[in-house]
Design a protein around this ligand. Sequence first.
Ligand SMILES: Nc1nc2c(ncn2[C@@H]2O[C@H](COP(=O)(O)OP(=O)(O)OP(=O)(O)O)[C@@H](O)[C@H]2O)c(=O)[nH]1
Length: 367
Amino acid sequence: MSRDSSSGYQAAREREDAQVSLVLTWLSLAAILCLLGIGSKAWHSGHSTHALILWFFILPIVVNMVWFAFSGNRDIQKAGLLVTVSVLFTYLIASGGEGNTGPLWFYVFPPLLFFLTSLKTGTMILLLVYLIALIVFQFPELPFVFAEYESDFKVRFFATLTFESIFCFVLEASRLKARNELLDLALTHEHAAKTDELTGLSNRRDMLNRLSGEFSRYQRSGHHFSIVLIDLDLFKTINDQFGHNTGDAVLMQFAELVQTVIRQTDIAARWGGEEFLLLLPDTSLLPALKLAERLRSEVAGNSFRFQGQDLPVTMSAGVCSIAQVNSIDSMLRQADLQLYSAKGAGRNRIAPRVRSQATATHSESNT
Ligand SMILES: Nc1nc2c(ncn2[C@@H]2O[C@H](COP(=O)(O)OP(=O)(O)OP(=O)(O)O)[C@@H](O)[C@H]2O)c(=O)[nH]1
């Protein structure tokens, strides 16, 4: 079971992405408030150009929020905020902000970056940020660079930013490791709760859920489906004659065989003991009977072997389509009745019988 293909993993990723989007929305609102507040302070201190530039940055943040509200595109939401913040911080370091305090905002960057992007992308962007800071510090005469910083400040700025970046990297790496371990554990439990340990097929609980899901689909859209209830014939004799381990091996081999016969959209479950249940979506009675008959014939013709011994295995099955009944319970009851009648009629057969089936079984028994 791969982590990426599991529905549980997808759901967890989806929840995490939704959480990140929510945090981003709150961060955007906080950024707007900060820009309004700091801009107003700059305005009242007579730095009107600086105030106007700060207020101007509110525009892309609002556009990004509105865009996200309409499109729901989380990648664009992330990228939009990252680009805006990057340009804003570049402006702050180049202009010095008020009293050369602009570079202090850079400390917001490392945690934000690692939270929004991966460790690798975050590190790359951080290195770019370092480069921008280095250029501004080293070449104060460049156009658009209005600030000049003390040497002491530059050294301490890089030292503290590096310390913070490493700390954020390590924290985020351990958070991701713990998250992945937790997800793996949750997936293992989820898988175990739905799977029969011996055969690897769905277990009864999972099959009941799937049956009820399929029944809802039938009620909504009228898509027919069928079930096949299978019982291995005289299984007690196999256990008694060859031992319980041999019986287990037969159950496993049977499960493998079933999976080669059914379609990918069909579900096979171990219903209990030596009983199996197949759920066949979009299948009416006749095709379901054909599939059951093909499986029966494969089982009868297949040589089940364990520890060098050939084992005589056959199966009987009862088939029922949703068109014949009006609930899952009555469907299961009906399939059980049919199985009972197949057993009563001599085993190694499918019920209900249709003419073509009867002919096929008859000619097989004559060969
Ligand atoms: N080896 C093994 N045997 C199992 C398992 N679960 C159930 N059984 C055995 O399956 C046998 C079922 O026997 P019965 O219910 O008498 O039915 P049967 O012998 O198959 O006879 P019919 O159903 O009438 O054809 C019992 O002996 C159970 O012990 C299992 O997980 N492993």
